[in-house]
Write a protein of this length. Structure first.
Length: 356
């Protein structure tokens, strides 16, 4: 990280904040939303007395009552269908889908109703609905507990798709999601639940708007485009690249996949001339394919090398003992950066578009 980015937490701690985990920040965001607006209701499996599998809703049922933090049957389609009706009648439901692949039975509701309601009614019925989904690997989860299914939501018009990588964004983006009049799929990187950063409960941060990426590390040599659980990986890779090769890598945290921040991403790539997209989801037809296409279309004449991707493999999620081979790590990111044609500058009119 840059000197300015490392100085900020120290200053915040000195000002009286305390370190909290991402899980605690999400819990605080839900508590503050419930307190601020009686229309906010939480629904999900085991979110009441248990406080959720990851304790994101811990204590909320005791504080606000079972009617506003409601345990539901194990029926994802029913949970989301109920939330659709609640939102149509003016409430702001927040649904928890416990684990990423548990959400698949609710896809019919998502595609047929959640994503289409505003369009279907010519804007008469907005759908203020937030769908919280813990996603991604890195915790030793078994099948159906570690999927990176963000591309399904990205490919569904009518949805915002949001994923925080920091404690501050976990709080701020969730508050924005709950306040939105449009449906938001809020993807929570479960392996970052226990990361810590300073947060002032009395003066919580206001997140950047949807559609605005963050740049946690500035650089000049190449751009790493990433989000969610892969942001810390890219920051670590950038530090290693500087030490080992002298490459100065810029890291972009997309924060929201839909809407997508073309301006920030393309401004960076036009300056650096090289880009690598990093994510845990599979490579074929994954999020990186769309991102690479958008960058190529908008930055073609500035690129010194093809846009590369570092992704999960094109397989069903592997058993826990093998997941470290599947997930993009620092070494795989550095291998991709090394393939960005550093040996020469772009030379138009030569063989293959480059000098021989």
């Amino acid at each position: 990280m840059t000197a300015s980015s490392t100085a900020a937490p120290a200053a915040a701690t000195a000002a009286g904040t305390r370190p909290v985990t991402m899980a605690q920040a999400l819990n605080r965001a839900l508590r503050d939303a419930l307190a601020a607006d009686p229309a906010v209701h939480l629904l999900g499996e085991d979110i009441g007395t248990l406080g959720g599998v990851f304790r994101i809703t811990d204590g909320l049922a005791a504080e606000f009552g079972d009617d506003r933090c409601t345990d539901t049957p194990l029926a994802e389609a029913g949970i989301l269908g109920t939330a659709v009706g609640m939102a149509m009648y003016g409430l702001r439901p927040v649904v928890e889908m416990q684990f990423d692949a548990f959400a698949y039975p609710a896809f019919e509701q998502l595609l047929s109703h959640v994503s289409r309601m505003r369009n279907r009614t010519s804007g008469a019925l907005p759908l203020p609905l937030t769908i919280r989904i813990p996603y991604g690997g890195g915790i030793g989860g078994v099948e159906h507990h570690s999927d990176s299914s963000e591309v399904y939501y990205m490919a569904t018009p009518g949805l915002h798709v949001v994923t925080p990588a920091t404690v501050a964004d976990a709080y701020g983006l969730l508050r924005r999601a709950i306040a939105s009049d449009d449906p938001v799929v809020f993807l929570e990187p479960k392996r970052l639940y226990w990361t810590k950063a300073p947060l002032d409960p009395g003066n919580p941060p206001e997140a950047l708007p949807f559609g605005r990426a963050a740049v946690p590390r500035r650089g000049t040599s190449a751009t790493l485009i990433t989000y969610g659980p892969s942001v810390p990986v890219c920051l670590e890779a950038a530090e290693a690249a500087r030490s080992a090769e002298g490459w100065d890598l810029e890291v972009i945290d997309l924060r929201t996949l839909v809407p997508f921040d073309d301006d920030t991403v393309c401004d960076s790539v036009r300056r650096t001339g090289r880009a690598v997209v990093v994510h845990e989801a599979t490579g074929f037809a994954g999020p990186g394919a769309e991102i690479a296409a958008r960058v190529t279309e908008r930055c073609f004449h500035h690129l010194e090398a093809p846009v590369l991707r570092v992704t999960g493999f094109d397989i069903p999620y592997p058993p826990p003992m093998l997941e470290q081979h599947h997930l993009p790590g620092v070494d795989r990111v550095l291998d991709a950066v090394a393939r960005l044609q550093w040996e020469s500058a772009w030379t138009p009119g030569t063989e293959g578009g480059r000098h021989a």
